[in-house]
Every structure is written in C-alpha cells, then in structure tokens.
Design a binder for this molecule. Structure first.
Ligand SMILES: Nc1ncnc2c1ncn2[C@@H]1O[C@H](COP(=O)(O)OP(=O)(O)OP(=O)(O)O)[C@@H](O)[C@H]1O
Ligand SMILES: [Mg+2]
Length: 504
C-alpha cells in the first residue's frame, strides 16, 4: 500500500507551516500516528554517536530524557548503519530500546518495528521509529511509501536544526559536520524555568561579562559554568576550576597567583597560579562565598586592573581572564553581614544567573530520571533500566532538597539495589528501591547494630554521610561552618565529602 497524494501533501504542508512552532515535532509525530496508525513512535536527532529523542508518542515520558548511545542499542545501531529503512523481524532477538517504556506493555516480545534513518545529503541527522503491537501492522506499507515519509521528515528536521543553530547565532563557531557536543555534558530539561536558563546561558556566553551563578546545592551550577565556557568565544582556551572552600588560607594566594622560587619556605620552584593558567580562557571560582576577606581584596584588584603578582615577585603580569563564580549562599546577605565585600559582589554579579531548584522544574524530574537510568544502564552494562509507574509518581511528589545531585544518586543507588535483589540485567526500579532522604542506605539504623552480615566500611561511610549531611543542613550548606562544627579541616571535609559521594 502507498499513501494517497492527499495524505502526503497534508504532511508536507503541515511540516512546512509548523516549522517555527516550538511544538513542531510533537505535531509531526501526532500527524504520523494518525497516518500510519502506530502504537508508539519517536523522532530522534542523531549527534555524537547517540540518538536524542525530540518528540515521542505512546512512550513513557522519561524517554525524552534518555540518550541512546549506538553502543549498547543494537537496533539503533542497525538504523544508523543501514542507509535505508529497516524492518526488524517481529521475532527479532535484538533487544528493543523501548522495552518496558511503552505504557501498558510490560514487555515487547513480538511486535512490529520499523526504523527510518533521516539524512541531510549523506549525513545522518536523525531517525524516526515506528512500533506497533500487531506483528504485521506495517506490512502493508511499501518501502517506497516509507522512504517518501522519511524524505519529508528529513527535510523538516534538517530545516529545524538549521534554524535552531541560526537562532543560537554561533553557526560560524561550529565546525561543519563535527560532533560539536562531544565531551560536553548536556543540560537536560524542557521546563519553562530551564528553557529560560538555557536562553540566558546562550546570551551571556557570547559576552565577556563575569557571571555569578546562584542556586541551591546540587542544582547544576557547575554544569552551567561549563556550558557558558563551551558556548563562549573562549571555548578553545582552558576552563580552570578552583574551589574556594577547599582552599586553606595559607596557600590560597599562591594557588590563585602563583609564586616564584624561594618566595617562602617550601617554594622550591616557580609555580603558575590559576589566573595564569586560565589566561585567555575562563576561571571558575566555585563556592566563592567561602573566599576569605583578605583574598577577596586581592581578587578585586585583579578584576579591576587585570594584573596579578606572583607571591615573592615585584613585577606584575597582565592576564586576560573571564570569571565565572558560583555559590549556594545568598551573597547579598553575606555582604550585609560583612562577610563578603560589596565592591567584589558588584563586580562579580554583573550578570547573575539563578539555577532553579529541581522541585520547580515540573516533569523535568522524570526526564532527568530517564537520563540517569540510561547512564546507569550503559555504565553497568545492563540490558534495560525502567522506572515503574509507582516510582515515577514518587519521584514527582518528592521535594528533592539535594536537587539534581540527590536524584542522580537516588537513581544510581536504586539501580544497584534493584540489580542485587533481582540478579537480572533487566532492572525495574520500584518504590522500595528508594529511601528519599538522600542519606542513609536502607540497611542503616542509627544507634542499633544492623542485623545479619555487616560491611563495617559501608556502615561507617553511611554514618559519616548522615552526620555530614545533617550538619550541613544545620549550617545552611556552609561547608566552612560545617567543617568547624565537625572539628575538621575544611579541605579534609571536602575530600571526605567527595569520597562519600556527597559532592562532586
Ligand atoms: N540539567 C541537568 N542535566 C543533567 N545533569 C545535571 C543537570 N543538572 C545537574 N546535573 C548533574 O547533577 C550533578 C550536580 O550538579 P552540579 O555539580 O553542577 O551542582 P552544583 O549546583 O554545582 O552543586 P553544589 O552547590 O553542591 O556544588 C552533576 O553530576 C551534574 O552533572
Ligand atoms: Mg558545585
């Protein structure tokens, strides 16, 4: 069977007229569902050896956050390599990437599945997948008819991608045909607040302004800093990281500005500071709120005059560095309390960005959960990692005080538990695999010795995690204050927190 000229004309016209519409891909998918009568379909973009869903129909929503790497998804790999439409046999043994992801279908054993690769010239730009529960559902469509659909959709996708790139105005910065996103971590999310944040990142990236990135712990401030650098004209120069909270005051100046041989006892050779290393690039000052007042004065000087002095050197050195700073404290309050210099605050906050807490991002929780499930699946070499309906509603209902990091750890821990409990590599996450407190592992009962076999190290780690987490909360997420309260050196606390997975 082929399609009527009328039906094809309707698709062509709809594709053309919807091109500037933000929901254009969802509309396209709906049109195709009506035309082809499939039970599930997805339009995906191809980039950096992975398929990225743009619009889905009949699939669970977390699919929108999943990134399907060719490696580990043989059906997608087949579609990417085929150069033409692929009809998978109804009883194909290749694992289906949507297995468990079609609501109401526990597992996809025998079903119809067709993949249409989408090309711009010779370049693979995406794919359209069609799934039907009836094994012979698509038999009546001829290859020619499906190719025609693929050609129409390819044109629309290619136009949309070009427009998106033009809107980003960095068309000249991107290498033609290159994997522009390789190694760059994506900011997952389609909620209004995250879309707004992405827009602001784009705008500020192109400028030379210093940026102050605010937001609660675990919201993605570091990710935002990386995105700004990657999208900026400085992207080919280094992004240098410095955690101000993990910086003992005694070595801070030399860390920032470097020192010359003999500047102090132990300075056995010249050493470049972070500012020098970041020359022409970006310096990311994380947890800027923890920077001691004495260093704030020195930092201000660099921001004002652009020159630095190595410890023990009279000469000054000119550097061209863009500063991105992050903090989970309210710096305005810090200024009022006399803990942060007002002049430095004003220099840094020319363009303030606030990363919204996860609880204000609606369904992004589900997208992110899907993203982390797929990440765990790939890392642990599992067949599939699926969220049960119960888990999806629990994830949405929870408040996520630790934000995206807490979600990431919760999914990771959930997968490990579910895997251990079932012994299978088809993992389904259920509510019992979560504790939703972000701290204690389920086996830990404080004050009571755990029953059965005990791994002392794990129990100790869990206990330390709990104590640190509680103290942090008490100290308003101020690491320096937490270190004091726990009688620890702040740098040691950071190392410990990192090892315990409380921070990255
Ligand atoms: N939108 C997102 N999409 C994908 N991953 C994200 C997103 N936001 C955060 N993450 C991941 O969550 C984790 C925490 O993010 P990040 O370290 O940037 O948070 P942060 O705001 O710097 O936290 P803190 O204040 O504790 O330093 C990281 O692993 C990061 O990659
Ligand atoms: Mg951080």
């Amino acid at each position: 069977m082929s399609f009527s000229t009328e039906a094809l004309a309707r698709i062509a016209i709809e594709l053309q007229s919807d091109i500037g519409h933000p929901d254009r891909f969802s509309r396209l998918i709906t049109t195709l569902r009506n035309l082809l009568g499939c039970d599930a379909s997805a339009l995906l973009r191809y980039e950096a050896h992975q398929f990225i869903p743009l619009a889905i129909d009949g699939l669970s929503q977390d699919v929108l956050g999943r990134r399907f790497a060719l490696q580990g998804h043989p059906r997608f790999e087949a579609i990417a390599r085929a150069g033409d439409i692929v009809r998978f046999p109804a009883d194909s043994v290749l694992p289906d990437p949507y297995d468990g992801l079609i609501p109401g279908q526990e597992s996809l054993k025998v079903h119809a599945c067709v993949g249409l690769p989408l090309f711009a010239g010779q370049t693979l730009i995406g794919a359209l997948t069609l799934d039907g529960m009836d094994a012979h559902q698509f038999d009546t469509y001829s290859d020619e008819a499906l190719r025609l659909i693929a050609a129409l959709v390819s044109g629309a996708l290619n136009n949309a991608l070009l427009i998106a790139r033009l809107e980003r105005q960095n068309v000249l910065l991107e290498e033609p045909g290159g994997d522009t996103t390789t190694g760059i971590q994506e900011i997952i999310g389609l909620s209004a607040s995250v879309m707004q944040l992405k827009k602001e990142i784009e705008i500020v990236a192109a400028s030379e302004l210093n940026v102050l990135i605010g937001g609660e712990t675990g919201t993605g401030k570091e990710l935002v800093a990386k995105a700004i650098h990657q999208q900026s004209p400085r992207a080919s120069h280094p992004l240098v990281y410095l955690n101000c909270a993990a910086l003992p005051e005694s070595v801070a100046e030399s860390e920032l500005f470097g020192h010359v041989k003999g500047a102090f006892t132990g300075a056995i050779s010249h050493r470049s500071g972070k500012f020098e290393i970041a020359d022409n690039g970006t310096l990311f000052l994380d947890e800027i709120g923890e920077l001691p007042l004495s260093l704030q004065a020195k930092l201000l000087r660099v921001l004002q005059y652009g020159d630095i002095q190595r410890v023990g050197d009279d000469r000054s050195l000119h550097v061209n560095v863009r500063i991105l700073a992050a903090t989970n404290r309210d710096l305005r309050e810090e200024v009022l309390a006399g803990r942060f210099r007002a002049d430095l605050f004003h220099r840094l906050s020319v363009f303030p960005l606030v990363v919204p807490p996860l609880r204000e991002r609606g369904d992004d929780v589900i997208l992110l959960a899907g993203y982390f499930c797929e990440q765990c699946r790939a890392r642990m070499g599992l067949g599939s990692v699926i969220l049960s309906a119960g888990v999806r509603s629990a994830l949405t209902a929870y408040g996520w005080p630790g934000n995206v990091r807490e979600l990431e750890h919760a999914i990771h821990r959930g997968v490990v538990l579910a895997r251990a409990a079932s012994g299978s590599d088809e993992v389904v996450l259920n509510p019992q695999h979560f504790t939703f407190d972000g701290v204690a592992t389920p086996s830990v009962q404080m004050n009571a010795p755990p029953a059965g076999r005990v791994n002392l190290r794990e129990e100790t780690d869990a206990f330390q995690r709990q104590v640190i987490h509680q103290t942090l909360e008490k100290q308003n997420n101020n690491w320096a204050a937490t270190a004091r309260a726990l009688s620890l050196d702040v740098a040691n606390l950071h190392r410990l927190a990192k090892r315990l997975g409380l921070k990255d």
